[in-house]
Ligand binder design. Structure first.
Ligand code: C2E
Ligand code: MG
Ligand code: MG
Ligand code: MG
Length: 288
């Protein structure tokens, strides 16, 4: 017994570490062939224009339903896919699928697709993007690619080249989760982004922390001066929405307005909002 309790301290943390590593390994193994077995699907979350109330865009959000593990959150499986390289084929599938879905909308709303740093550094990115556009018939200007700022740090030259190429073929780029990580204002002038997405952490704080109001205000003003649009993510309360209106943010996204939904539900949203009702301001729009 004494011997066992002596090892007790080691056992106290070791199995937890082992479990994490083991789950990661198992998820990685389960991910092999998951694409071919159709275990992935996309949900779409509307982004509303604050002035018109119309759906300006929808963000494609990847979901994995593993027969073995059930629903696995992107926050858990995407880092694994980035490590084992599967994010490249999976991300390619996301691009094709998202463009296909958006091409069916009775709307000019754009489709926003998240891009992994690994994809951004892949030489075939532009080819994949062009092929997704051509296969779906979606005009390039209706596709927006979201990248987080941490991506840019790793390889400035390569990131800049990739983003410039995308812009040259008319695809828009968004700086996602702005204000987290290693934000440097110089990125804003260095990299070609059309849109800045203000991180949820600032939006969450808007009601209680005057400093967050100042920060959001400053981001919006700066973006406007640099000719960029702003989107606030993670809007959950009417008070946050009010504050973002006062701040003159361009667009908003969050559970308060719409949750991520399956493709057929988004399609219905656009079909229901026929042009006649829309011009009367009665289409599918933002709650006042
Ligand atoms: P993100 O790009 O910042 O996406 C926004 C996340 O916030 C989504 O989480 C969305 O469901 C969630 N969200 C939206 N509104 C609210 C709200 O009002 N409150 C709260 N608490 N959350 C809200 P999700 O779908 O779990 O995705 C997490 C992250 O995984 C994404 O963050 C993105 O970085 C990554 N991701 C998702 N799909 C893809 C993909 O196809 N490719 C790549 N590379 N990454 C993806
Ligand atoms: Mg995003
Ligand atoms: Mg985001
Ligand atoms: Mg985020």
């Amino acid at each position: 017994r004494a011997k066992e309790s002596g090892r007790g301290q080691v056992l106290f943390y070791e199995p937890v570490m082992d479990e994490k590593i083991e789950r990661r390994r198992q998820l990685g193994a389960a991910m092999n062939g998951a694409l071919e077995r159709n275990e992935f699907h996309l949900l779409f979350q509307p982004i509303f224009c604050l002035t018109s109330g119309d759906i300006a865009s929808c963000e494609a959000l990847l979901r994995w339903d593993s027969p073995q593990f059930g629903a696995v959150a992107p926050g858990e499986f995407i880092p694994i896919a980035e490590e084992n390289g599967l994010i490249v084929p999976i991300g390619g599938w996301v691009l094709h699928q998202a463009c296909q879905v958006a091409s069916g909308w009775a709307s000019t709303a754009t489709i926003a697709v998240n891009l992994s740093p690994v994809q951004l550094r892949t030489p075939e990115l532009a080819v994949t993007v062009v092929s997704a556009l051509q296969a779906s018939g979606l005009p390039a200007k209706r596709l927006t690619l979201e990248v987080t700022e941490t991506v840019l740090l790793d390889d400035v030259e390569r990131s800049l080249a990739a983003l410039t190429t995308l812009n040259q073929i008319d695809v828009c780029t968004t700086l996602d989760d702005f204000g987290t990580g290693y934000s440097s204002l110089s990125y804003l002038t260095q990299f070609p982004f059309q849109t800045l997405k203000i991180d949820r952490s600032f939006v969450m704080d808007l009601e209680h922390n005057p400093a967050s109001i100042a920060i959001v205000q400053t981001i919006v003003e700066l973006a406007a001066k640099l000719g960029m649009r702003t989107v606030a993510e993670g809007v959950e309360t009417p008070a946050q929405l009010d504050q973002l209106r006062r701040t003159r943010c361009d667009a908003v996204q969050g559970y308060l307005l719409a949750k991520p939904m399956p493709a057929n539900e988004v399609l219905a949203l656009f079909t229901a909002a026929c042009p006649a009702t829309k011009s009367l301001g009665q289409g599918h729009s933002l709650p006042e």
